[in-house]
Design a binder for this molecule. Structure first.
Ligand SMILES: CCCCCCc1ccc(Oc2ccc(Oc3cccc(O)n3)cc2)c(O)c1
Length: 260
């Protein structure tokens, strides 16, 4: 069978697995399906524990590399990518599935967003992609692909999404500016804009349940999307198949975003 994806044995850094519901874990499962070699980064110890448990259940061939990385800290990002390069050599892809905003900034009126809350959401959810791309680039000597996760709230005003929507707008614009810089190194960078999926993070966003129901009623496919569907489209963006695409945002949302 022709190897269309060309991901066998490729080193893909997956950032942001917090538990079995994380989008990043969906990406990891899709990467195992195509024989790639995921390397994981985590922030909190409880994520490290969850990751180890998930990987044991997944019966992965060799025990994968897991590295601590706090995306609010440039030194931590630099050290993480140096350690990854030391251990696996060339990096062929990076999945950035990391974001955070204070819960008080994810409900009520956006106009009441604090200066510090706004800066923290931007730093964690948007600036972190720039820092990750900068630190990964020197080790992506064979070219490659970077994928980040966004949401419709980057483009539309979605009640409750508030400060995270503005952070995702910055993230999606950063994807285009980073595509400009990374292209000459044959590194592509794109965003997946995922439909609402019940993750640990989703618990922090007000009006989440209403949105899930609305997608079932309104979207062309009349259903919500799954972690696996997001994982598969991310792998497509990491693979040879999307080699002509960079600076793009693709919606994996049952088509919800196209409906007026
Ligand atoms: C009202 C919009 C409903 C659909 C929201 C879909 C969604 C779900 C989760 C998303 O990812 C995060 C990540 C961190 C985040 O900040 C959090 C999460 C939990 C607690 C907390 O204090 N902050 C909020 C959303 C995301 O960007 C988008």
């Amino acid at each position: 069978m022709e190897d269309l994806m060309k991901l066998k044995g490729k080193n893909i850094v997956v950032m942001g697995v917090a538990n079995e519901r994380s989008l990043a874990w969906g990406v990891a499962k899709s990467l195992y399906k195509v024989g790639a070699n995921p390397i994981f980064t985590y922030r909190l110890d409880r994520s490290f524990a969850k990751l180890n448990k998930l990987l044991k259940e997944e019966q992965t061939a060799s025990s994968p590399l897991i590295v601590q990385c706090d995306v609010n800290d440039d030194e931590s990002i630099k050290n993480a990518f140096h350690e990854i390069h030391e251990k696996v050599g060339t990096i062929h892809g990076v999945v950035h599935s990391v974001a955070f905003a204070n819960s008080e900034d994810l409900k009520g009126d956006f106009i009441n967003t604090s200066r510090s809350g706004y800066a923290f959401a931007q730093d964690t959810s948007a600036y972190s992609l720039i820092a990750v791309a900068r630190e990964a680039k020197p080790f992506m000597t064979e070219g490659g692909s970077i994928v980040t996760m966004s949401y419709l709230g980057a483009e539309r005003a979605v009640p409750g999404y508030n400060v995270m929507g503005v952070a995702k707008a910055a993230l999606e614009s950063s994807v285009k500016y980073l595509a400009m810089d990374l292209g000459e190194a044959n590194i592509r960078i794109n965003a997946i804009s995922a439909g609402a999926i019940r993750t640990l993070a989703a618990k922090g966003v007000g009006s989440f349940n209403e949105i899930l129901h609305k997608i079932e009623e309104t979207s062309p496919l009349k259903r919500n999307v799954t972690q696996e569907e997001v994982g598969d489209m991310t792998v497509a963006f990491l693979s040879h198949l999307s080699r002509g695409v960079t600076g793009e945002v693709v919606y994996v949302d049952s088509g919800y975003n196209i409906i007026g």
